[in-house]
Design a protein around this ligand. Sequence first.
Ligand SMILES: [Fe+2]
Length: 463
Amino acid sequence: MKFIKIILLILSIGLFVSCSINNPSKLRETQAFTQVYRVVGEDKVIVRAITNQASCPSIQWDNSPPSRLSTRVGAEDISIRINTDQVPSKFSVTTCEIEWPNGVSQANINGQTLKALKSNLQRIVIIGDTGCRLKASENAFQDCNSIEKWPFAQTIQSAFNTNPDLVVHVGDIHYRESPCPESREGCKNSPWGYGFDAWNADFFIPAKLLLDATPWVFVRGNHEACSRAGQGWHRFVDIRPWNEKLSCNDPKNDDFANYTEPYAVQIGKSSQIVVFDSANMPSKDIKPKDFSYQVYKNQIKKAEDLAKNKEFNIFANHHPISIVSPLKKDSSAGDLELKLNSLGMLMNNIKGESLLSSSFNATLHGHVHTVQAISYQFPRPISLISGNGGSALEDLKVKKINLSQSQMDQMKIQKFESFLDFGFATLDRQDQNGSKWLFTEYNREGKIIFSCSMNKNQTDCNN
Ligand SMILES: [Fe+2]
């Protein structure tokens, strides 16, 4: 009997080791695991921790006695939302949180020291569209196991090296929606679906360096809409308090959970980023009869009201409202147009070609997996598109768009810069109060590609 027990023990250890080697995220889940990070909202910073431990960690503010983080939401398995070929979303970690108190200069948690967010930021990292694309419906399978093919961790390292005070993720964090086909070595054994293991592989593991070091602002992408990774969005990175109706667990609440009221994050004494949730924006025109029409119309008004408070305002939403776009995927450099998306067209209906009031100096986006910086010959905020953080790049024939003066005049563009390779951007404050900023694009290795100084809604670029 004792002999049989020993054999069973050896077999079960063998099975555990074999499962863990084939699935590193499984191994991580079985070990003690806690990841601390900070999410920035309007006039608040929330310290969050995801953990597989029985209780939330404690935090010590300056020299005060430690206080324990509260449970935002516990570990749970969520059944399939609708009848699709998806798998249930398994969240094997508890999300914990606590708000950073006013006046506290540093905190200690889980062996880490966190410094308070500065009120007058010097450098902000912009990164977007970062996960590893696994999407069966488009036969798109990125090689998640290769840093060369999916360089998000490298981009994070290079961004970390710039020593930012804040990171802004412009959306589309989660990409692993389908299983990697057996025949594909490049993504073999990748977790997939909308649960923690895919979020961990797509985001928490590769972003760890900057999650440990720097507070983050999260702009919501279409990948974080309720029909996709919205459950993880609300559970992990949404700035709003936990609310079951915002959890995206029940599709009946989608009309509520797919939208967030705009909010402002101060980045300098005279400057702020107004964060706008366009996750559920339809790709076709938004018609007045559409549910989203009135929601977005009201939210644009609210964003405009927020912008009145500061001298320099950046409107940040995931989908580029104005972008230079090839007419077709295989277009040569000559077939380009300045295109408005459906939110841009809605803004155009309300405000005309300026899209937003003159309070806004720039708009910031991801979604299109490339980089563009555009200023215009007419009143319109500068467009900054930074969607090249790691997910497979746009498949365009033109690697770098060089516009001729006649093309610029035709599109009424004042200055234009672009880049089609992996990387990230920074915004650097150029004056005391933050009414002038420098946008710099870096490649994945941290080499500067171009920079554009921004003053009101005009740019001056160098490369
Ligand atoms: Fe997107």
